[in-house]
Design a protein around this ligand. Sequence first.
Ligand SMILES: Nc1ncnc2c1ncn2[C@@H]1O[C@H](COP(=O)(O)OP(=O)(O)OP(=O)(O)O)[C@@H](O)[C@H]1O
Ligand SMILES: O=P(O)(O)OC[C@H]1O[C@H](OP(=O)(O)OP(=O)(O)O)[C@H](O)[C@@H]1O
Length: 302
Amino acid sequence: MNADALNGRLLFAIPKKGRLHEKCMELLAGADIQFRRHNRLDVALAMNHPLALVFLPASDIPSFVGNGNVDLGITGHDVILEAAIEDRVAEVQRLGFGRCKLQVQAPEAGPIKSVNDLAGKRVVTSFEVLAGAYFDKIDASMGLVGESKTRIQYVGGSVEAACSLGLADGIVDLVESGDTMRAAGLHAIETILETEAVLIRSSTPKHAEHTALISLISSRIAGVVAAGKYVVCEYNINRDRLPEARQIAPGRKAPTVSPLEEPNWVAVKSMVIKKEVARVMDELVRIGAEDILIFNLDNCRV
Ligand SMILES: Nc1ncnc2c1ncn2[C@@H]1O[C@H](COP(=O)(O)OP(=O)(O)OP(=O)(O)O)[C@@H](O)[C@H]1O
Ligand SMILES: O=P(O)(O)OC[C@H]1O[C@H](OP(=O)(O)OP(=O)(O)O)[C@H](O)[C@@H]1O
């Protein structure tokens, strides 16, 4: 693609593959950013905004955004900390996917039961900055210096195999369900960090003219994220029980209450956090609510 084609466009970096890619594609569709990505091209021009998507490895996105080569980006919070570039990127919003933990893990069957047991030994990881900083503190607290300090070795992937291959006494890696570590015979001994995908922009943007488009895109993305987080709960209830119903499902500002063609009965509508909906319905039933209906949201602005 000709570099002139990008002139004046907001550049938005998206993970080109891996765990975050599909969810990012869903976000772009929900935010109505339309584009056609040609085979093997890592830059795609949006058809309905002065914007271009740049598909990059998740781990390169913090430095591209921090150095102002692109204006906006999505990557993991862990990746930003690992790039040690937090001062040059501003977190616009958390995105509610790509949630996992960076953990210290060691063989289930072995003698290592705590991080202190692992201090001074061999640790393999793809997160050498975060693991290094973490074990520096542990080493210092145990008085380990020079040759006796924990040895951190970088590998690019399949970190979980390092212990059984005899390369490491423990590892530092991402864990979501725990299936990978269990299958490798490892168990968690400490959590260093909890992470999720984040939308970031440069703290020192080179193109001030993009400010309005950045807030439009951020607001659309926030709407898609909120639509995944909330459902609409609608039910009928006797007006006398409204104060209790409001306590159970207060909504974001207040519930919408409409009269029913039944004396002293009302229909109530409120937004409820998806993860809490079963408990909310149980409690509404307990106070006499009837005909409780739950609606998923396609999109919203809240
Ligand atoms: N199991 C997981 N569950 C949820 N999120 C994860 C998981 N593993 C990784 N992530 C998130 O996705 C980010 C990218 O991880 P992923 O393994 O896809 O990257 P990658 O190693 O760069 O991908 P690839 O090797 O395919 O290029 C991580 O930094 C983390 O924020
Ligand atoms: O706890 P779990 O749900 O099993 O997920 C954890 C696994 O996911 C990530 O790797 P990924 O599968 O993305 O592949 P990678 O090793 O190539 O990065 C991570 O590095 C773990 O290996």
